[in-house]
Write a protein that binds this ligand. Structure first.
Ligand SMILES: Nc1ncnc2c1ncn2[C@@H]1O[C@H](COP(=O)(O)OP(=O)(O)O)[C@@H](O)[C@H]1O
Ligand SMILES: [Mg+2]
Length: 387
């Protein structure tokens, strides 16, 4: 039986969402396969690692008892030994517990996890891991880099500009000049965050400074985008390596006023009442398939697949797009390398169960790892002998 470590939590504003994804959408279906031994690895908000079967229990987190747990539990260390091994002290003095990991399933959202940091660690350990690799994760989790790279490949997006948070203080006039060419409303966003945190819709110039300061509070890089008019949002989960497969094009139904509200996206029974024909997924109400013309549907799916390829995504990712329904233009918005709940509700609509989904993702991780390890990394030279 293979051992899979599911890593979740982390130093991210999306810490709690990650706990839900890990326990409900990854660990549970992995265990249902009866093919894997699942080891939960929880990264606390301070960055300390814990590994314990108790961490599979959602009530530990819901009740807040996790604070007690981490106060007493030994911290977990990792060893690179031709792969990855988890290590922790046991109750017996001087004795340590070891667990060799065959595959890692990262279930992290946001900073210090989904953004490539964890993937770098796993690359160094040379252990197969699920989802996008290091470079694709870095590109996907930086809204500026993702737009820069896709733009060079002629993938359309709404007009945008960017600057560093530091520029706000030192080059204020230049920053405002850069933004001047964009038409209101504007969307001011921290470049690296998700879940709409720190994003402001700005309707006029007098709201701009405040919005820039909010974004600068969260991030060192800020993107300002021109708002897309007559907006229809669509999102496309995709899985696979060399031959990526799209799920269903989904249309999130979020009203303009509360588009950036964390509660609307994540709090069940909160805002966003049920709308005709809409189902509630992990991130609020949506329509599957998106209610748009066949032409726009096809164009969106193709654009999603193009973005996936250009950014070098593997495993899975979800591509978000904005459509101006009046001029019938589909524009790339952003990529989520590890969408909350893996977008299992959408894959289910596409005929893939939650159990099949995690199995497929593990399969893609192993295939990528084998492919990478087939490549030669050694090269014999006489270089050292000349000295
Ligand atoms: N340029 C834009 N035009 C219109 N609406 C936008 C634009 N950018 C973002 N939005 C709205 O804000 C939401 C959050 O922005 P997004 O870039 O997806 O950030 P996050 O990473 O937080 O999900 C989008 O789902 C959309 O409703
Ligand atoms: Mg988004």
């Amino acid at each position: 039986m293979k051992t899979i470590a599911v890593i979740f939590g982390g130093r991210s504003t999306e810490h709690d969402v990650s706990i839900m994804t890990a326990i409900a959408s990854v660990i549970k279906p992995l265990e249902l396969t009866k093919q894997y031994q699942v080891e939960p690895v929880y990264i606390a908000k301070d960055g300390a690692w814990y590994w314990d079967q108790k961490l599979k229990d959602i009530t530990l987190f819901q009740s807040g008892e996790v604070q007690d747990f981490i106060g007493k539990a030994p911290k977990t260390h990792i060893l690179f030994d031709d792969g990855l091994t988890l290590v922790k002290s046991s109750q017996f003095a001087g004795r340590k517990q070891y667990k060799k990991i065959d595959i890692v399933f990262p279930a992290m959202h946001g900073t210090h996890g989904e953004d490539g940091e964890l993937m770098g660690l796993l690359e160094m350990a040379n252990v197969p891991y699920v989802g996008c690799n290091l470079p694709a994760s870095v590109l996907a989790m930086d809204k500026v880099l993702a737009k820069q790279v896709t733009q060079t490949e002629d993938i359309p997006s709404t007009p945008w500009t960017w600057f560093y948070a530091n520029d706000l203080a030192h080059h204020h006039t230049q920053v405002l000049k850069k933004i001047e060419s964009l038409k209101f409303p504007l969307f001011v966003k921290p470049a690296h965050l998700g879940s709409s945190i720190g994003i402001t819709k700005v309707d006029s110039k007098d709201q701009l400074i405040n919005a820039l300061e909010v974004a600068a509070h969260y991030d060192n890089k800020i993107i300002v985008e021109q708002g897309v008019d007559n907006l229809i949002e669509v999102t496309l989960p995709i899985m696979g390596n060399d031959e990526p497969m799209p799920a269903m094009l989904e249309q999130p139904l979020v009203s303009a006023e509360d588009f950036f509200d964390f509660d609307t996206k994540y709090m069940r029974g909160g805002k966003g009442g049920k709308k005709g024909g809409a189902k509630q997924g992990a991130q609020g109400y949506s329509k599957i398939p998106a209610d748009i013309s066949e032409e726009l549907y096809k164009e969106s799916v193709q654009l999603g697949l193009d973005v996936y390829r250009v950014l070098g995504c593997t495993g899975t990712a979800r591509i978000d797009m904005l459509i101006d329904s009046k001029i019938k233009k589909v524009m790339f918005n952003e990529v989520n390398p590890l969408p909350g709940d893996l977008y299992a509700h959408n894959w289910r609509a596409a005929g893939i169960s939650q159990v099949e989904l995690v199995q497929k993702l593990v399969g893609f991780a192993e295939a990528r790892w084998q492919e990478t390890n087939r490549r030669t990394t050694s090269f014999n030279t006489n270089y050292l002998k000349q000295f």
